[in-house]
Design a binder for this molecule. Sequence first.
Ligand code: FAD
Length: 376
Amino acid sequence: MTNKQSIAIIGAGIVGATTAFYLSTAGYDVTIYDEGTGQATSAAAGIICPWLSQRRNKKWYQLAATGAAFYPTLLRDLKEDSIHSDIYRQVGTIVFKKSPELLSKLEKIALKRRELAPEIGELTILSPDEVKAKLPLLVSNQSALFASGGARVDGSLLTKKLMDTAVSNGATVSNKKAQLLFSTNGTYTVSTSEKNQEFSTVILAVGAWLPEILEPLGFSVDIRPQKGQLIYLEVEEETKDWPVVMPDGEKDMIPFPNGRIAVGATHENDEGYDLAIDKEKLAAMLADVASVAPSLATATIKEARVGTRAYTSDFAPFFGEIPGYPNLYVASGLGSSGLTSGPIIARILTQLIMNEPTDLPVSDYPVASYIQKLSI
Ligand SMILES: Cc1cc2nc3c(=O)[nH]c(=O)nc-3n(C[C@H](O)[C@H](O)[C@H](O)COP(=O)(O)OP(=O)(O)OC[C@H]3O[C@@H](n4cnc5c(N)ncnc54)[C@H](O)[C@@H]3O)c2cc1C
């Protein structure tokens, strides 16, 4: 199918890259602008397991659970083997709680949720020995809940595959910082240091940088940045089949193939858009994870990553068309679960653009609650 509607996507984290993939696959003329600095997606831990969260917001849960269930479809659409892919894999998730009572409460919640979300997979309370059998580095005298459907995703590899496929579909990429301007004829201009280009449709997928792009145009935007740091350790064992571990109150462990283990992350609310690596915080994360996996205390830190999450004041994400601005779409506020919800949000944005029924009601995630026009 060829469709000549010209669409600009500003931002190529998980939301922008997935949108670019689906729209370019559908034949749209897509231009993507991504400056890349501070991107949350490439710094993310990669945990996909919303069902074991005890967050009470039902619309958030609906979105995150639909997002987690959507991953195998996305992998299939990308022609990626969802069983053996290095990008995404359902390796299972082990969750610890402070007491057996809290663990059995969590198991009950998960069993109830599984009625509508079979993706959770098998739910098992593991004894300390069974925990160790699943992940030999863990030393714990506690039982834990194992959900076989929990997954890990490599945000960098996924966005690379999405963008490479979009480019092979004919999309254009600019690595410049972009500015949005309103044209008098009802179209939108995207301006970079290189050129100005007009588009009939624009998608703002800029994560935490939404105020920077909309406030100069007279909008107030309820988004604040949160700094997140993550470390990658290297171990000698083969880690590709190891499950994700979420110790209670401690830092999470996310094993990736070839001995790589991500540990993190920090949630720093007072650092603005700062991207400096804080060695004290990295050391504290290492000490934290060593309390459940002592051998990691001396593991080599191979890499540290820093990204900026986007939060609204009520922690809820939003997406859809900006009211009063036809064909100007936005998604932001994905917070700490955006790798889980990002692909389904992107899919819904493409459904809106293609006038198709949406997988979830967009009215549950209203843009107008977070973006208001203050002046002309
Ligand atoms: C340390 C850390 C750990 C996390 N762990 C998890 C996890 O385990 N599970 C989970 O589900 N989620 C996790 N998250 C959250 C998740 O990563 C984010 O919610 C999600 O990636 C946000 O995606 P996005 O596309 O909205 O924004 P981003 O990924 O931030 O992408 C926005 C892009 O827009 C670009 N940009 C901004 N302004 C402009 C402009 N004017 N011109 C051009 N480009 C621009 C930026 O440079 C960036 O590349 C984590 C986040 C962090 C930071």
